[in-house]
Ligand binder design. Structure first.
Ligand SMILES: [Zn+2]
Length: 149
């Protein structure tokens, strides 16, 4: 069987690094440990990805962090053909919306796959991985290997 994965190009200049705020420090500390963290509302149990602010469903302020499964599917994407700064040499690249197994949709990148409409199949199964960025790590997603015999 032929391996059809595409290696992600190395950065030619340093990519931007996360700049945690007091509210987002927990999120970035999780990613630095290889964990994609979500929050669950303590009032209505809604699950959401955004690391700041109250519950998007009921407005309650209290939410608890928990580790996500890291599984997702490709919900939608756009392909960027002109990038700036460190992104200039990475074009074309997809800016993707992925739907996490826990429900929330997040903006991210999809790696190890050609950045083309032919290769980026909607609903394709994905798995989180982490790109080192300074002292933190950025969650991106790669195609989940098909379940083999
Ligand atoms: Zn809520």
């Amino acid at each position: 069987m032929t391996e059809t994965r595409v290696a992600t190009r190395p950065w030619s200049s340093p990519p931007p690094e996360p700049v945690p705020t007091p509210q987002t420090v927990p999120y970035w500390e999780f990613t630095a440990r290889g964990i994609l963290a979500l929050r669950r509302c303590r009032s209505c149990a809604a699950v959401f990805h955004r690391p700041v602010g109250g519950c998007p469903e009921c407005g309650a302020e209290e939410a608890a962090w928990f580790p996500a499964s890291g599984r997702a599917t490709l919900f939608s994407y756009v392909i960027v053909h002109r990038g700036e700064g460190a992104f200039a040499d990475r074009v074309p690249y997809a800016v993707a919306l992925v739907r996490l197994a826990e429900g929330p949709v997040m903006v991210t990148g999809v790696v190890d796959v050609a950045q083309t409409p032919e290769a980026l199949r909607l609903d394709m199964p994905l798995r989180v991985r982490f790109e080192p960025r300074g002292g933190y790590a950025l969650p991106v997603f790669a195609p989940e290997p098909e379940a083999g015999p």
